[in-house]
Write a protein of this length. Structure first.
Ligand SMILES: [Zn+2]
Length: 143
């Protein structure tokens, strides 16, 4: 049996809202606060962000569209109950454990770096670990 996680809704009836927000100095590009996903308006509207601000050898391996797809996919992962990982190639990767909702372990640098130098959000790809964690979250009735 299929499980409906998100349904297309109306202004009055919906399961999830994605809207623009203002990260300001908090330095996020995407944020899930438990109710809504926010995308930072300033960075999203900067046609050179993020690639113009990255090392050229890293930036040349990705596109801006791919990056924003990854940001939204990462936030959708949070809506399924997934917290961050320390594995750089994961969609749910974060450089440090700072800001994790429930921290089971701490990290200040990746446990395992990706072969390209890109992180999972930048590649907009779901790793096998991301998939396994989503399946576990489903079994635990997170979604
Ligand atoms: Zn996150």
């Amino acid at each position: 049996m299929d499980t409906v996680v998100f349904k297309i809704g109306s202004q009055r009836t919906h399961t999830l809202t994605i809207s623009f927000g203002n990260a300001g100095q908090d330095n996020w590009d995407g944020l899930f606060n438990g109710r809504k996903i926010y995308v930072d308006r300033t960075h999203f509207n900067d046609p050179k962000y993020p690639t113009a601000y990255m090392k050229p050898s890293i930036a040349s391996q990705m596109s801006i569209e791919q990056y924003w797809t990854g940001v939204i996919a990462h936030e959708l992962g949070h809506t399924l109950g997934l917290d961050h990982t320390a594995y750089q190639s994961d969609l749910m990767f974060a450089p440090t454990s700072d800001g994790n909702v429930i921290t089971k372990y701490l990290w200040k640098r990746p446990i395992q770096r990706s072969s390209t130098g890109l992180d999972g959000t930048e590649t907009a790809q779901i790793s096998q670990r991301d998939l396994n964690r989503a399946k576990l979250a489903k079994q635990l009735d997170y979604w």
